[in-house]
Write a new protein. Structure first.
Length: 213
């Protein structure tokens, strides 16, 4: 049996990491297949090292296309070592970010172009797309305010971008949602974290009722 590939997307400050951390034990307890939780960029040694280069605040001279290529490279390695083996073994993969992030951040936010970034990632992933994407939506100013209030968060290179950049990213995500409603489900991330987690869990259960105990 082929596994299920679920991704969680959202602008900075949407609360993806916190939501995923709470979802993992709930899904592990209720899913019949095994659950593999992972993240991008990262998930394996090579991809984690690329992540450090991309997000290091010191790397201000990084070119936009270099950034996009590095994300695609990390994605490829992660895909080969983690995602595809798990899917082929019939497991459920829950991944923090995937190609939609590159479309939103590099394609639109950086202005490289949606088609150009899509083609790059088509090569990197050999056309693999998530079965379900939970998009946590939050206005850019709200997300940035959350980041500013989070004392424990380590600011990265993308956190240094202006509000206009993050507004473009959110607009790109909303376009993806409008264009692919059969895959992308929008979750209002301005709610409390408990409400967001509950909605995400309900959406997954509704989409795949037969894989729950």
């Amino acid at each position: 049996m082929k596994g299920i590939f679920i991704t969680v997307e959202g602008p900075d400050g949407a609360g993806k990491t916190s939501v995923i951390e709470r979802l993992i034990p709930m899904l592990k307890e209720q899913l019949v297949p095994a659950l593999v939780s992972t993240r991008e960029p990262g998930g394996v040694r090579i991809a984690e090292e690329i992540r450090e280069i991309i997000l290091d605040p010191k790397n201000t001279e990084m070119d936009e296309r270099t950034e996009a290529i590095l994300y695609a490279a990390a994605r490829r390695q992660h895909l080969i070592q983690v995602v595809l083996p798990a899917i082929n073994a019939g497991k459920v993969v829950l991944c923090d970010r995937f190609v939609d992030s590159s479309i939103a951040y590099q394609g639109v936010g950086r202005g490289i172009g949606v088609a150009e970034v899509a083609d790059l990632n088509e090569f990197a992933t050999e056309g693999l797309a998530p079965d379900l994407t939970l998009y946590l939506d939050v206005p850019a100013e709200v997300g940035l305010a959350r980041i500013a209030q989070n004392k424990e968060r380590k600011n990265d290179r993308l956190d240094q971008e202006k509000l206009s950049f993050h507004e473009k990213v959110r607009a790109a995500y909303l376009t993806i949602y409008e264009q692919q409603p059969e895959r992308v489900l929008l979750v209002d991330a301005t709610q409390t974290i408990n409400q967001v987690v509950a909605v995400c869990l309900d959406q997954i259960k509704a989409k795949y009722p037969t894989v729950f105990k």
